[in-house]
Design a protein around this ligand. Sequence first.
Ligand code: ATP
Ligand code: MG
Length: 823
Amino acid sequence: MQLVLLQEGADLDALSSAYGLSLLYNAKIVLPNAYSETVRLTLNIFSDRFKNKIGHFDKNAEKIYLVDSHYVDNLNSKIYKKIEIYDHHPIDEYKKDIKYHIKNYGSATTIIVEKLKRKKVYIDNIDATILALGIYEDTGKFCYNLTTSQDLKMASYLLEKGANLKIISDILTNRLNSDKIQVFEKLLKNSYNLYLDNKTILIASAYISEYIPDISSAINLIEEFNNVDAVFILLQTKNKITIIGRSGNKEIDLSQILSIFGGGGHWSAASATIKTFSLNQLQDYLEFLLKKYLSDTKKLKDIAIPVEITTSLKHSDGIKILINQEGKYEGIVINNKFDDNLIVLNANISLWEAEKEISKYEQDIFPVLEKQKPVGIVSKKDILKALYKPILDKEKIFLAKKEKPKEKNVKDRLKHFLPEDIYKELKIIGKIAKENGYRVYLVGGIVRDFILSKKSLDIDIIVEGDIEKIIKDYVKNRKISVYFFKEFMTATLKLENGIKFDFATARKESYEYPGAYPKVEKATIFEDLYRRDFTINTLAIEITEDRFGTLIDFFDGLKDIKEKRIKVLHQTSFIEDPIRILRALRFAGRFGYKLEKNTEKLLKLAVEEKLLQKAPTGRINLELNLTFDEENVLYILNLMDEYKVLRQIFPNCFINLEREVIIAKISEAINIYKVLFDLKIEKNSNYLMALMYHLPFDVSYFVLKKYHFDKSIKHFKYIFDFIDKFKNLPEKNIEFFKFLKTIPVEILPFSAIYFNFFEKSIEILKKEKEFKNIISGEDLKNIGIKPSPIYKKILSEIFKLYLDGKISSKKDAVDYVKKYYNN
Ligand code: ATP
Ligand code: MG
């Protein structure tokens, strides 16, 4: 069986193309949930023709066609081999394994009609009409500037075959019903021109009660919109704004401009949907972008950071670029390590192009070359900051910055809070610091948890001064293990009694090039705290001898703890480190805090910009594992859903009632298995399964791979391999027991909850545990049976009877053995 998949929101060109493929290959058409009004009309008018052509998605199809679109990211790459794409939109990235039929025609249908003609496939007048619709609509009846002579030739071929122009015209003009005319009237009333760089751009906006799917295809019918270089139409409905763009000037590349909003399309026609802005804000922002795009042509080389260039690999700290005799780039040297495998960027591309480029790679630092000669390096962060900072600056949020902290003496409370031995050690460290003229502080989670009177595990100490010297003095004549990381100027110390301290040198934000500057720039405690994630994590308690126990609060962290809110310190906080999106929700969930208003705005913006997808996947893995280990995991996942973060990691994942119940039960099951049977269960496979049970295995596999949950793949596979068994669990106790024991314990809680055998599993596992008291090898020996492989047989036989309740005490068991096995 062969299938044609239509993309969400498919238009007539897609439908006609699909119809053509169904004639060519007898392929079935899979309709999307939403499609344009003209598609609906065509399906109605020709329902007889489509009746036997509509099918359902089946990943086992031998071939899958995509038409009028080449978006495949929602499909598993394993099925790429089966995919063929017919499209007339330009492609910038061809995926391996997929077969492409791309031609620069005005419609995708043209490509297919060409093939029908070449292969002399029989088409009657109705087929011809259905096919012609796609060409007519997508070329704007041959008036759009992307129309090619081939479109006309193929349309002419269809007219020869009897295509009915009256029907075509009826279907196409039906677009301008009274609803639409009203919207266009509103738009025209509410429009203005922008004159930039010798170009005229019209921006029109309107509030409408409900979105009209194919309104975009009617835009070209409006005279006013055709007389300018480009048009942006902003349609605000209840909870979102749709931007539709049309451009008649190649210098205004809409696919590039609207991709900033996560949208896409052609240079001449594109659209995007936005949820976080108001109409006014969006208009401002769009203007700002257009000005930037059309007048400010900042190139990558303008932000590249010059680094030392060298022709030899001889000893060198920091970052250098190695060139050959002709001055051409050879590779990069980071702390003496040579790397010639990095992706390099062209110095003359725009920042927007650069962003598109870097998003494809996991790499953090990119050499920038002009004609193969190095100009410098840039990091991902540099590019994102240069692009998005002006956007955020428009939000005009100014966050706290105070040079003078509030202070408070908490010495006595600290003494009560900390275990005595830790308190004693801190005093010693404080004394040594004082003697050396340094200052030392407790920082981070421990201080926050101290304010909250919550037990805390990690003891983080920041040193203003020479960390090496302090540690040397401290460990002198003592049995303390020191793990020193010179590159980062940090150290972990382990005392004999198990106490662990993490030391770090106070440092500034400027560690943009990890490992680049081995001598970490020393800084003050203020600067160290200023680079942290949220105000509640910026408190410090000084432990230097003369100021031991002084709580220091630069950013009103105390107030935010009291008022239960998560607040970032900078406008660009989430851009600099998108992982903070997850951290913010995790802390909010853990403590039951709210996001402070501006922080919430910034977070939503960062989510909308899909910044999380630009974060290193390894750190997302760590963050998710921490989330799964939280007590309030369900609440945190709910927040992640509410802020639309969850669905950016797990495709189509929403926390509905069903999932909520499953997650809650899994948490409980993990605890119960642990308490009753001492099963040590890593939580992640269970929660991952709970977040992806709605997906086919191929899709989950892709997600697990991407975020490095390699161990969980095995567990997922187990469930999918034995899905039939899970759905029809063995009825006999012993069979059930055997199956239960084959389930990897790491995935037992999910399986038990999802397939409804949790209680039964508890009952059976309890019996297994108790069985030791019913009968053992020792008992058999006492009865007088000689040790031999028969023991195993007897024990499992009795176990079976015990499971079924036919034997229920030691006496029963002994009697049974005596009766059947003595001699
Ligand atoms: P937990 O109780 O979960 O350990 P914590 O606050 O100690 O909470 P850690 O992840 O151990 O969190 O980090 C220690 C400190 O380092 C934090 O308090 C915070 O100040 C800082 N920090 C951690 N991650 C970031 C980040 N992504 N951006 C900025 N600062 C961070
Ligand atoms: Mg911590």
